[in-house]
Design a protein around this ligand. Structure first.
Ligand code: EPU
Length: 423
């Protein structure tokens, strides 16, 4: 009989104590495939132990890399990589699998990678990456669910993005480091994981300037060597823990974080009446018995991250008054609201705006995580609610949060996992 994992939370406990943030998912998912561009072994430290990293590791192994993974450290020896086609079933499981396109193209002059999967949060086209690869000299076709690229000779070029897309910026950086000549990416994404990938590539010997600004310049064609590199802390896990602390009126110190990456969230929490202070790599969040309603608009970094919209909307379900949350990045990132309503939240979604009327309280209910950050929203809702919340769809949470129930348990949450027989 097949089983399904459930996270059960008995809400109402204040989170208290100290907790550490793991390494960044979206940084790791760019850095691990990028390690294949080096001519010898890379050691990547502070990797989060999450499902998406495990899938990426399996893909590297299937391509011929020797990968050993112990705790949070991974050794990647790329010298045995001998295939230019990524494994279909693994690649379909996540968005970041298409970072293998520029990597395999750089190594073999061609690559075949399935169209990427990932969370179902609206249209996720890849046209900017395709245009970027073409501008750097690749021939690209997308047929029968595969991206196929060929490049006799990759040449640096100016690439101007219509929108500062994370995936396109990663893909063009990874292509440009092995292309001959100079590439400039205009309107580049500025997220912390972009800077981390640039720093990692720099540690391999690549010449990259400007990551973290709108304009990234790359001098390509250098031979890349192995290095030892530590992945940046996860901005979104940090934010999820901050929101969870606030949601329970708790008192939590979050360690190993980068407070600077959290400015947009901290400003919004302060506006609601949450106490947030920071010092070096610590963030202290102290909740209050009640909060003010606020308006939130998701934006690219350094704006409010779309990946924190779902837990933030959840936190606002019991704030006094009416909050408006505008999702500008993804068209379908409000599906989780149906689950919040089952718990007593008063939320209306009109196009890309959620209008939240503060309710007295949420009450526990069986709910389903429909994607990764819907999962973090359900965790926050369960912690806030009166009574028991059973969360299904746990496999989505496992994609991006390392040991989240252990971390919450260590802060005093009543949380357990259970395997249930599937009907
Ligand atoms: N877009 C296009 N064409 C493209 C690429 C993007 O129109 O070729 C549009 C998308 O439709 C979307 C917007 O641009 O509306 C942003 O997309 P972006 O390319 O920046 O996102 P991504 O690279 O697919 C990464 C993260 C997401 C995160 C977004 C935004 C990874 C593996 N994924 O996705 O993370 O939401 O950036 O910050 O880095 C998550 O962690 O839960 C997650 C979904």
């Amino acid at each position: 009989m097949a089983t399904v994992e459930i996270i059960r939370i008995t809400g109402g406990e204040k989170l208290e104590g100290e907790v550490s943030v793991s390494g960044g998912k979206n940084a790791a998912l760019a850095i691990v495939p990028a390690a294949l561009l080096a001519r010898d072994c890379c050691v990547i430290e502070n990797l989060p132990q999450i499902e998406d990293v495990h899938v990426m590791t399996d893909m590297l192994r299937a391509l011929g890399a020797k990968v050993t993974h112990e705790g949070h450290t991974m050794h990647i020896d790329p010298t045995g990589v001998d295939k230019f086609q990524a494994p279909y079933d693994l690649a379909r499981k996540m968005r970041a699998s298409y970072y293998l396109v520029p990597v395999l193209m750089g190594l073999f002059g061609r690559a075949e990678v399935p169209m990427p999967g990932g969370c179902d949060i609206g249209a996720r086209p890849i046209d900017y990456s395709i245009r970027g690869w073409e501008q750097l000299g690749a021939e690209v076709s997308t047929e029968r669910g595969w991206i196929s690229v060929k490049a006799e000779h990759l040449r640096g070029s100016d690439v101007s993005l219509d929108f500062p897309s994370v995936g396109a910026t990663v893909n063009i950086m990874l292509t440009a480091v092995l292309a001959e000549g100079n590439t400039t990416i205009f309107n580049a994404a500025k997220e912390p994981h972009i800077v981390d990938l640039a720093n990692f590539l720099g540690s391999l010997g690549a010449w990259i300037k400007g990551a973290g600004t709108d304009v990234i310049r790359i001098r390509g064609g250098r031979k890349l060597h192995g290095s030892t590199y530590t992945v940046v802390p996860d901005q979104i896990e940090t934010g999820t823990l901050m929101i969870a602390a606030a949601a329970t009126g708790g008192d939590v110190v979050i360690r190993d974080a980068i407070p600077y990456h959290m400015e947009a969230l901290s400003a919004k929490l302060l506006e609601m009446g949450v106490h947030v202070t920071d010092d070096e790599d610590l963030i202290h969040v102290k909740g209050a018995p009640s909060y003010r309603s606020i308006n939130v608009r998701t934006q690219v970094y350094p704006g409010f991250p779309t990946d924190l919209q779902q837990p933030m909307t959840t936190l606002l379900t019991t704030a006094k008054g009416t909050s408006m949350i505008t999702e500008t990045i993804y068209e379908s990132r409000f599906r989780f609201v149906d689950e919040l309503r089952r718990m007593g939240a008063k939320v209306k979604v009109i196009d890309r705006v959620a209008v939240v009327e503060g309710a007295e309280r949420l009450t526990g209910a069986p709910v389903n995580a429909t994607d990764l950050r819907a999962g973090s929203a359900m965790l926050v809702a369960g912690l806030m609610a009166d009574g028991v919340t059973d969360i299904s769809g746990v496999q989505f949470i496992r994609r991006g949060y390392e040991n989240i129930e252990k971390k919450l348990l260590s802060l005093g949450a009543k949380i357990e996992t259970e395997l249930r027989e599937k009907d």
